[in-house]
Design a protein around this ligand. Structure first.
Ligand SMILES: *[C@@H]1O[C@H](CO)[C@@H](O)[C@H](O)[C@H]1NC(C)=O
Ligand SMILES: *[C@@H]1O[C@H](CO)[C@@H](O)[C@H](O)[C@H]1NC(C)=O
Ligand SMILES: *[C@@H]1O[C@H](CO)[C@@H](O)[C@H](O)[C@H]1NC(C)=O
Ligand SMILES: *[C@@H]1O[C@H](CO)[C@@H](O)[C@H](O)[C@H]1NC(C)=O
Ligand SMILES: *[C@@H]1O[C@H](CO)[C@@H](O)[C@H](O)[C@H]1NC(C)=O
Length: 586
């Protein structure tokens, strides 16, 4: 069975009383009632935002997830690879759990992504970095405006959503569809991840160009399960099995000792306490895992202390959280220094805080014990002040008290969402930090998906294992992949007049991404009237195909482009090799 569903032994309200001694029945009953109605609204909300037939996605292509129907203030009428993959991961889990009506939607997603992977865009072509493009227009054309790009979480997240589906297909007699239709997409996403994991990119909030914990945690999971899927399908996944442990090694460096620093290799002036890290833990939940700290499993000591650090960081910054003590649920945002829309709580962030707690309870119930150690003790003390370190077996009173308190704490986060959800159940992106009114994009697909996954975990419904148990031991020393560059000398014969200069510009970052202001200047040091040679030697990534052109800039600054078509070049595979390309101005 791919999907595990264990009910809690008894309904929580029969077993427990709240931490302050108040009967839980009433509160529990109202959260339960809210969850039932809000789950119905949430699945409808997700499906309404998916083309071609979603009621709020009219004009979007089949299988395309619109981030929100909001077309101004803010304009989210685009499809993000990340949001779509996380949404589809939730839909695949739901499909596996028995909602067979979703099959057509899943296959439409597969088709839409097969196509999107071929669309050249400002991040590159299909094999030259284009998979790192964060968002596309809803008709599947490239979005060409300025943006925080690349974002390297999209490919591994999509690979994970599709790997879940592929494994189900294999287990249900359709290995052909898994091998011929899904694997080609997954393989391209994994190849992207293998090639780029050790380069910086923008984080999931599209603001910081560095190393994002979420991106790397998602990449580790995708490569680990991708390597296993490749073996199952008798395919190869070049570099997957080698990169995964190195990424796990790198991930250890994000742990500060008391929380996860969500963005490193960048000077962002923030503490790094960011719901990025909580979303990472819930995304990489493995139902078969022990509470492993190296993979920051929801029930791991590190992830629990991190939950406290991140949620505590919001207690004093939002008016709606005034007076709520530690250990009681608060409204959670992205990170406390956030200024987007003036910085507010987000529904999906508050739900992620609940989801980690429910996932931890699931894991403890599965394992049959809870270990409280010196790292996790502060988290537990907020809920049960007299608790001490130790391992508590499932039959013990302490085990029951912890499960009760953590479940109640999780319900508290859902109750915060309930309090700030309008009567029709519409989930926007944010709610105002002072008034609690919904803010920013309406009907955010990811908000609805977050409601579904958090409440699935509460019900004991989780996805299948991704192999965490055999992928949780980091090597003792971390090795970055050899940066494999080649030196290419571009010779361009171009007769110029005094004051004119020649540049090369093209599809790669190293060639200015087609921006004449970032073009690479050529040297005229060997220029003669009989051999008007302009040249430059550029370091470029190996085995990479790209388009380029030469431009000349006149003394007045006017840019003159060579005539069409674009030129193209493919670098050699040999690290450190040198080659020469001879061109003549046209
Ligand atoms: C496998 O899936 C494809 C595409 O959905 C379908 O056409 C085919 O009938 C399926 N085969 C089996 C054996 O289920
Ligand atoms: C590349 O990997 C090395 C080794 O883990 C690490 O020290 C470095 O910060 C990484 N750089 C990026 C940009 O990921
Ligand atoms: C972000 O970092 C990557 C390199 O790691 C670079 O290619 C890209 O141009 C950077 N983006 C911006 C907008 O600075
Ligand atoms: C050359 O490449 C640029 C950037 O991708 C593109 O906008 C343009 O249409 C291409 N020109 C031709 C003739 O294909
Ligand atoms: C480029 O031109 C030089 C002479 O300027 C010649 O030696 C070389 O072989 C040429 N390279 C290629 C790849 O055509």
């Amino acid at each position: 069975m791919l999907l595990t569903s264990i009910g809690r032994a008894l309904p929580a309200f029969l077993l427990f009383t709240g931490a302050l001694g108040t009967p839980v029945e009433q509160r529990q009953a109202s959260v339960d009632t809210f969850i039932t109605s809000q789950r119905a609204v949430s699945i409808e909300g997700v499906l309404a935002n998916i083309g071609a037939d979603g009621s709020k996605a009219q004009g979007a292509a089949a299988g395309i997830v619109v981030a929100s129907p909001s077309r101004s203030n803010p304009d989210y009428w685009y499809t993000w690879t990340r949001d779509s993959a996380l949404t589809y991961k939730a839909l695949v889990e739901r499909f596996i759990a028995g909602d067979t009506t979703l099959r057509k939607k899943l296959d439409e997603y597969v088709s839409s992504q097969t196509y999107l992977q071929t669309v050249s865009n400002p991040s590159g072509g299909p094999d030259t970095g284009g998979l790192g493009e964060p968002k596309f227009n809803v008709d599947r054309t490239a979005f060409t405006g300025a943006w925080g790009r690349p974002q390297r979480d999209g490919p591994p997240l999509r690979a994970t959503a599709l790997t879940l589906y592929a494994n189900w297909l294999i287990a249900n007699g359709n290995t052909t569809q898994a091998a011929n239709t899904l694997w080609p997409i997954i393989a391209k996403d994994l190849a992207y991840a293998v090639k780029y994991w050790n380069q910086t990119g923008f984080d999931l909030w599209e603001e910081v160009n560095g190393s994002s914990f979420f991106t790397l945690a998602a990449t580790h999971r995708a490569l680990a399960e991708g390597a296993a899927l490749a073996t199952k399908l008798s395919k190869t996944c070049d570099g997957c099995a080698t990169a995964a442990p190195q990424i796990l090694c790198f991930l250890q460096g994000f742990w500060t000792g008391s929380y996860i620093d969500s963005n490193i290799n960048v000077n962002d002036g923030r503490t790094g306490k960011d719901v990025n890290s909580i979303i990472s833990s819930i995304h990489t939940l493995d139902p078969a895992s022990a509470c492993t700290s190296t993979t920051f499993q929801p029930c791991s000591s590190r992830a629990l202390l991190n939950h406290k650090a991140v949620t505590d960081s919001f207690r004093t910054v939002y008016g709606v959280n005034n007076g709520i003590p530690q250990g009681k649920a608060v409204a959670v945002g992205r990170y406390s220094e956030d200024v987007y829309y003036n910085g507010n709580p987000w529904y999906l962030a508050t739900l992620a805080a609940a989801e980690q707690l429910y996932a931890a309870v699931y894991q403890w119930n599965t394992i049959g014990s809870i270990t409280v150690d010196s790292v996790s003790l502060p988290f537990f003390k907020d809920l049960l002040p007299s608790i001490t370190t130790g391992t508590y077996a499932s039959g013990s009173a302490t085990f029951k008290s912890i499960v009760s308190a953590v479940t109640t704490y999780g319900d508290g986060y859902v109750a915060v969402v309930q309090k700030y959800t309008p009567a029709n159940g519409g989930l926007a992106e944010q709610f105002d930090k002072s008034s609690g009114s919904p803010l920013s994009a309406v009907d955010l697909t990811w908000s609805y998906a977050a409601f579904l996954t958090a409440t699935d975990r509460r019900a004991g419904t989780v996805g299948p294992t991704w192999g965490e148990k055999s992928n949780n031991v980091p090597p003792t020393t971390c090795t970055a992949p050899p940066s494999c560059n080649v030196q290419v000398t571009f010779n361009e014969r171009a007769t110029t007049t005094f004051g004119e200069n020649v540049f090369i510009v093209g599809q790669l970052t190293q060639l200015g991404n087609w921006d004449p202001n970032s073009a690479i200047p050529l040297s005229a040091s060997k220029y003669t009237s009989s051999d008007p040679l302009w040249y430059a030697t550029v370091s470029l990534p190996s085995s990479t195909s790209f388009a380029y052109k030469y431009i000349r800039k006149t003394s007045s600054g006017t840019v003159v482009w060579e005539s069409d078509p674009n030129r193209s070049y493919t670098t050699s595979s040999g690290c450190g090799s040198t080659s020469t390309q001879n061109d003549t101005w046209r």
